[in-house]
Design a binder for this molecule. Structure first.
Ligand SMILES: Cc1cc2nc3c(=O)[nH]c(=O)nc-3n(C[C@H](O)[C@H](O)[C@H](O)COP(=O)(O)OP(=O)(O)OC[C@H]3O[C@@H](n4cnc5c(N)ncnc54)[C@H](O)[C@@H]3O)c2cc1C
Length: 485
């Protein structure tokens, strides 16, 4: 009998647990440890943030789904990993703390044969003074945040209906933030809602970003095929923002927020402020903050995690200049660099380096996006990690038949830019591979036939369709496994 413990019921962890429970017989145990009683389809939080969906439409209760799957679900936070066990336990274990139910507040040691860390990002609002929904800016990173953002946005819309001008500032809230795609989607949706109400003359809409050029999206930009022409994402993104009446500030490292005012430094080392009435700024991401200990109870966190708490896996972490970065540096099995029965899926794994060129201001402030960590690769990684563990359990052969390097994998990003069957819009971008590979594709860095950008109503339909499809899959409804990640 084998016991597989998965930490985090997000896109990667929930995908992993679904495949594990489907493939493994009842002789084996699959455990899920996650603090939120709900699964949330994060990409649709954008629509919660503009009042077009309710939180109920983007989430569902995990307990009944895990009951159906035969997964032992513990509503708890993982605190620490003990890969070598301790005086009482031969096996590796995780210390968890229950956050709800009769056991709330109590800690437990959960042993494992295989461990998957799918704890996603810690939304690191603390890294920027004054940032976040408890302070002076909004977020759409969770359905609670998005609900709060919509309440605040409504207040601004109301003021405009009464003839008052409003300034909107949307983008990245930390010099090294990623997830530009989500913020970009939100600014377009906010613009669309304002336009729909005929209030554009009272709106001053701003995009603020740590990107060197717009359209970098943390992947060093891309060349996309658009209407038969090859266009840099800089032009693609700027033309969309222009069309939506959004002005922009780029190369900006947000340092601090006060009520109605953002302080930022630019890449020339100059300091600026920007006033706002409504701001939604994505925070920096860090790892979940778990610690790791060896058998002697000594802290070995630095052996399992990089400095920001993301887990070291089968990547090449040797520091090297930007010009020497290679596609081969990227991991493909997500096995821990130190312990063979530990894996990290989704945002929890540490990328070997950025994809965007590192930039620094004369004051030494690093201002550039860290790599994008989108849902599609997170789901694919969750699946292949589960498939490899299933194979090892079933055959006893310690081999990885399934690989999924972000330098070999394509991804689609659908940025909705308005809602409605007939007037909804979306910008659809596909890239293949996600990490550009200038050796394999010397001309464009990627396979230009699969790297495409289009804008239109069809994209909106696809995004809406994906909302229902992925929630269907996550609920493990009949034939869920036929739906790709
Ligand atoms: C607003 C927004 C819109 C987005 N839109 C898109 C999109 O359109 N397309 C796309 O591809 N991607 C999109 N993304 C990115 C996508 O949501 C992420 O790539 C994806 O959620 C990452 O999956 P994950 O499993 O790594 O992390 P998550 O989905 O964040 O899941 C992590 C899980 O771990 C749990 N957890 C945290 N700490 C612990 C702990 N200590 N112990 C146990 N559990 C823990 C969390 O509660 C959570 O359930 C968007 C992101 C945002 C914020």
């Amino acid at each position: 009998m084998a016991k597989v413990v998965v930490l985090g019921a997000g896109i990667s962890g929930h995908t992993a647990v679904s495949y594990l429970s489907k493939a493994l017989s009842k002789n084996h145990e699959v455990v899920m440890v996650s603090p939120n009683s709900n699964f949330q389809w994060i990409p649709s939080n954008i629509w919660v943030g503009v009042g077009l969906m309710t939180p109920e439409q983007v989430k569902f209760k995990l307990a009944p789904v895990y009951k159906k799957m035969g997964v032992n679900y513990k509503q708890a936070m993982a605190l620490s990993i003990h890969p070598e066990g301790d005086a009482e336990n031969e096996k590796g274990f995780v210390t968890i703390k229950y956050v709800a139910g009769a056991d709330e507040g109590t800690e437990e040691k959960v042993t494992y044969d295989y461990l998957i860390n799918g704890t996603g990002p810690k939304l690191n609002f603390e890294a920027t003074e004054g940032l976040g929904p408890n302070k002076f800016t909004q977020s759409v990173c969770t359905y609670e945040h998005a609900t709060h953002a919509w309440e605040t946005l409504q207040a601004s819309l109301k003021k405009m209906e009464n003839g008052e001008k409003q300034t909107f500032l949307i983008g990245t809230g930390h010099p090294l933030a990623t997830c530009q795609g989500a913020a970009f989607e939100y600014v377009l949706n906010v613009a669309f809602e304002i336009k729909k109400r005929n209030l554009m003359h009272l709106a001053d809409l701003w995009w603020i970003s740590n990107e060197y050029e717009l359209g970098d999206f943390g992947m060093g930009g891309a060349y996309v095929k658009r209407n038969g022409y090859i266009t840099p994402t800089k032009i693609f993104t700027e033309s969309i923002l222009k069309e939506y009446g959004v002005k922009w500030i780029k190369r900006a490292g947000v340092q601090k927020v006060e009520k109605g005012k953002v302080f930022y430094e630019d890449l020339e080392g100059k300091f600026h402020t920007k006033e706002f009435d409504f701001a939604m700024l994505i925070p920096g991401f860090a790892g979940a903050g778990m610690k790791a200990y060896n058998k002697k109870d000594e802290d070995i966190s630095s052996e399992l995690f990089v400095a920001n708490g993301m887990m070291k896996v089968d990547a090449d972490y040797t520091p090297k200049p930007y010009e020497e970065w290679r596609a081969e540096d990227w991991p493909s099995t997500y096995q821990s660099a130190k312990y063979e029965n530990i894996y990290a899926a989704g945002i929890a794994f540490a990328p070997p380096h950025g994809m965007s060129k590192p930039m620094e201001s004369p004051n030494g402030t690093k201002i550039f996006p860290t790599p994008p960590r989108t849902g599609m690769p997170s789901g694919v990684i969750g699946k292949i990690v589960a498939q490899n563990i299933i194979h090892i359990i079933k055959t006893g052969k310690k081999e990885h038949l399934h690989k999924a390097s972000m330098a070999r994998m394509g991804a689609a990003c659908i940025v909705s830019a308005g809602y409605g069957i007939f007037n909804g819009q979306a910008a659809v971008m596909t890239v293949n591979p996600i990490v550009s590979d200038w050796e394999k594709y010397p001309e464009w860095g990627r396979n230009i036939n699969d790297t495409v950008g289009i804008v239109g109503t069809a994209g909106h339909w696809i995004k809406l369709f994906m909302h229902y499809l992925f929630l269907y899959k996550a609920k493990a409804k009949p034939f869920w496994y036929l739906i790709p990640e």
